[in-house]
Design a protein around this ligand. Structure first.
Ligand SMILES: [Zn+2]
Length: 351
């Protein structure tokens, strides 16, 4: 069966509508052999006692956390059970076949001690694992700081629980991917075919001044040890005044067989030109994966010159944030394989 996009008359994606056609898009999405995978999804948690989650007071007041609460409609009462249930409900109702939820580890010193003061957020492996147990659509993206004294034990624990990859944000977790301390970590990932998803470019949700750690060039040590590395956001910038590392990312993606990128949060004005470049560079098509960066909100207005007003209005009406992000990127006409090819890597991860 072939999947097509259709919106109901009210703009919502109804269950039956999801598998039929829509005149305003009329786009073939994928055949039944391949999944549509959103491989870059964030969630937050607040329960420290039960799961070891943590959010700093400053982050709780930030625009990103407010947006997350708005998506889930949890403005008055925040609790982890509610967050899991509401997020999974949105996912179950969406056309996405699988979503990869990402844990975020805290800050550790070079001597391996946890630094609570510098940590803005922990979204624990236990929490993400618990979430993934409750939905067939949810995949486990673990996060382990490589300086942790128990880093390899924690990796082993996550692997045995089905972790698909390890997520890092080098700047906010204070990881230098070129540090020799990462070598045993890389050897473990390479041996067990577990991918590393590492943020590249300026990090906006968990800010600090260590953005230089997010340069794609710093991932070369992992690549040389044979790790499959995904550069989150493919090194692009979010704001014009920031430096974009897209060119460096592209050179590396073309050079290293084991280097990839994702197009999470690409439906925004500053990233349209990179999307265009990916489309017109066939050698990159097998190196890029689709992700929404939920709860980041897509801005389909960024694509208006290509998709026209009618499609823009249809996209604007979509309520489900997973669907909105997916159909927005789909509308730009990127190669189909980008939505599904991550599934091949999941299979090989579990081989
Ligand atoms: Zn992200």
């Amino acid at each position: 069966m072939i999947k097509y996009l259709k919106l109901g008359t009210d703009g919502f994606l109804t269950e039956s509508a999801k598998h039929k056609s829509l005149a305003s898009f009329g786009t073939k999405v994928s055949d039944s052999k391949e999944f549509i995978i959103d491989m870059h999804v964030h969630i937050a948690g607040v329960d420290q006692d039960k799961y070891g989650n943590f959010i700093s007071k400053k982050l709780k007041k930030s625009a990103v956390f407010r947006l997350f609460s708005k998506h889930l409609n949890i403005s008055n009462r925040v609790d982890d059970e509610l967050i899991i249930n509401k997020t999974l409900k949105l996912l179950e109702e969406s056309v996405i076949d699988k979503a990869l939820f990402l844990a975020i580890d805290g800050v550790y010193s070079k001597s391996g001690e946890f630094n609570q003061k510098k940590t803005q957020m922990v979204c624990s492996n236990d929490y993400i694992y618990e979430l993934t147990k409750r939905s067939k659509k949810a995949l486990f993206g673990a996060s382990v700081h490589p300086y942790r004294a128990d880093a390899l034990e924690e990796l082993e624990r996550c692997k045995s629980r089905g972790a698909v990859l390890i997520k890092w944000i080098p700047s906010s977790m204070e990881i230098d991917p070129l540090n020799d301390r990462c070598i045993p970590f890389y050897k473990y990932l390479a041996k067990h075919n577990i991918m590393l998803l590492s943020h590249t470019g300026v990090e906006h949700a968990l800010r600090n001044s260590l953005s230089y750690l997010n340069h794609p060039h710093r991932l070369t040590l992992a690549l040389e040890y044979g790790v499959k590395v995904i550069s989150a956001h493919s090194g692009t910038h979010m704001f014009l005044h920031e430096r974009s590392h897209y060119k460096a990312w592209k050179e590396m993606a073309l050079k290293y067989d084991n280097f990839y990128g994702d197009i999470s949060a690409f439906c925004m004005p500053t990233r349209v030109k990179y999307l265009r470049d990916i489309i017109k560079t066939p050698a990159l098509h097998s190196k890029v994966f689709y992700g929404s960066d939920f709860p980041v909100y897509p801005l389909p207005l960024s694509f208006i010159f290509k998709i026209g007003f009618k499609k823009y209005r249809a996209l604007k009406k979509i309520q489900n944030p997973f669907d909105k992000a997916y159909y927005s990127i789909l509308s730009y006409g990127i190669p189909k394989q980008i939505f599904s090819q991550f599934s091949q890597h999941i299979r090989s991860c579990h081989a």
